[in-house]
Ligand binder design. Structure first.
Ligand code: CA
Length: 506
């Protein structure tokens, strides 16, 4: 399945090399591929009911059609992101439970539709945009289905390289095997160029949450039941900060210096300023009645400034919170500042909370301490619900290049793959994610249900018009309003041009 396909376009595409996405300063990882276990997707449902299996999808003999899938190199070379085997494709040599589930699905669909499904990692880099741009520009069809990170998929949408998925009549995006929040949030002018669902699992892996060290919690004598706080609607920023500030962080090495080698209440990174902003029910972009984006800070600056101010006040308490990618740690010359600080402290049992992607969880299965999974805190108890989102540079979105032929037939195959993945792959993903040595953490399973069901995708994080998203990742709390004052008009101009291009309105 994971065969190496000769890349006819390789030479030509290297010439192109157009900028893919500007990923938001990486998170916890670096690069080079990892194989082995893990994951599938989405929509947070360990759906007890199989009723969706009765939803019919037309079956058709496609005469041995070959379908080529291209996956980007998620977490390439990272020691803290393990288990990526691509989407749809799987590892045959050391299959995880998820790989085995993917094989069941692929075998079934290949036989049912008389197709051959080939999968491949990006052979020349991390993101796929240069390959797909070359394919589309040259008019040579090769890859039919592509999985890429949100930011890279968005870069391709801006260039007009992808099919509007809503135009494929056999691809019913309202079905439960597609993430309905993604369908709603990621559209632009009612067109949808990329989506996620049960067909992929690394959209789930790219979802951010809070991990907590159960063993350390008990050693520290923290009595609060975190899961119960979530159930009681009391898992708020205030409560979270109160717990963190209760004398947990201390100089455990005893050298008189508080640094990455000590014991911490919370390990986090600058990207999580945005993650917590979303958790607080805010967004960078909203959408109007025509499904077109606008910048929230332009319309409601005070709401944005208040929430950002609260988060930054907390993140600047460097005797409580360790923020990985800030000068204090970046200046130490680590090749991967996340792995050397917040990730390391958690794996060594010196960090109570770690705000990170679920992709990090696999690397903690070797820990001696046990850990659990929690949602991102709400802003306050009156907030309607919890909100979660993905890291735009580290997740997967499915899209289809405009060069792909016979889209109606392909839509049937994709729909069937997605439906069967909901039955086989998603439950296997939950099992892998929750199995902890000999036991199973069902309370974390309950939290995962909540987390996946409350995802919210911010299109400004994907498209980052004029660098608007980057304004939300700065640690400096002294100049929030002036920071936006000086950059907003440029971002608005880029957004205006984007809307014209996407709607053909000029
Ligand atoms: Ca110390």
């Amino acid at each position: 399945m994971k065969k190496t396909i000769a890349i006819l376009l390789l030479a030509a595409m290297l010439a192109f090399c157009f900028a893919s996405c500007e990923a938001p300063e990486a998170t916890d990882e670096s690069s080079a591929s990892s194989q082995s276990s893990s994951a599938v997707s989405n929509a947070g449902n360990s759906d007890a009911s199989d009723d969706y299996m009765n939803i019919p999808i037309e079956v058709k003999d496609l005469g041995g059609r070959e379908i080529n899938v291209l996956c980007y190199n998620f977490g390439e070379g990272s020691a803290s992101i393990l288990g990526y085997t691509g989407e749809i494709m799987y590892d045959e040599e050391n299959p995880s439970a998820v790989d085995e589930a993917k094989k069941i699905v692929v075998d079934k669909i290949e036989s049912l539709y008389n197709v051959k499904i080939n999968g491949e990692y990006n052979p020349i880099g991390q993101y796929n945009s240069s390959i797909i741009k070359n394919q589309v520009t040259s008019g040579l069809h090769y890859y039919d289905i592509v999985f890429d990170a949100l930011c890279s998929a968005a870069a391709m949408a801006t260039e007009g390289l992808q099919v509007d998925l809503t135009t494929i009549s056999t691809l019913d995006l309202s079905q439960p095997w597609w993430d309905q929040n993604a369908v709603k949030d990621l559209s632009i002018g009612n067109k949808l160029f990329f989506v996620c669902g049960d067909i992929n699992t690394f959209d789930d892996q790219g979802t951010f949450c809070v991990l907590f060290n159960k063993t350390l919690k008990s050693k520290l004598g923290v009595e609060e039941d975190f899961y119960q706080l979530v159930r009681d609607n009391k898992w708020t920023m205030d409560k979270f900060e109160e717990i963190c500030k209760d004398n947990i962080t201390y100089d455990s090495t005893g050298d008189g210096i508080l640094d990455e080698h000590d014991t911490w209440a919370l390990g986090t990174e600058r990207y999580n300023i945005f993650i917590q902003l979303v958790g607080a029910g805010q967004h960078i972009a909203g959408k109007d009645a025509n499904d077109l984006p606008y910048l929230v800070v332009d319309r409601e600056p005070e709401a944005t400034y208040t929430i950002l101010g609260d988060i930054l006040e907390f993140y600047n308490q460097d005797n409580v919170v360790m923020v990985a990618n800030t000068p204090k740690y970046e200046n130490k010359g680590y090749s991967n500042v996340w792995e050397a600080t917040v990730h390391k402290a958690f794996v060594e049992g010196r960090e109570l909370f770690y705000m990170c992607g679920l992709f990090n969880a696999a690397s903690f299965r070797v820990m001696e301490d046990e850990f659990g999974i929690l949602p991102i805190p709400k802003y306050s108890e009156i907030q309607d619900r919890y909100y979660h989102t993905v890291q735009s540079g580290h997740n997967t979105m499915m899209h289809i290049p405009t060069t792909t032929p016979d889209l109606e037939d392909l839509g049937l195959v994709i729909s069937a793959l997605a439906k069967e993945s909901k039955k086989y792959v998603t439950p296997a993903y939950y099992d892998v994610q929750l199995k902890y040595r000999d036991s199973r953490d069902d309370e974390s399973g309950e939290m995962l249900d909540l987390i996946f069901a409350t995802r919210s995708f911010d299109i400004a994080d994907a498209y980052n018009w004029g660098g608007i998203r980057d304004q939300y990742l700065k640690i400096d709390q002294s100049n929030i309003a002036s920071r936006f004052d000086s950059t907003l008009s440029a971002s608005k101009m880029v957004l205006e041009k984007f809307i014209e291009d996407m709607t053909g309105s000029k």
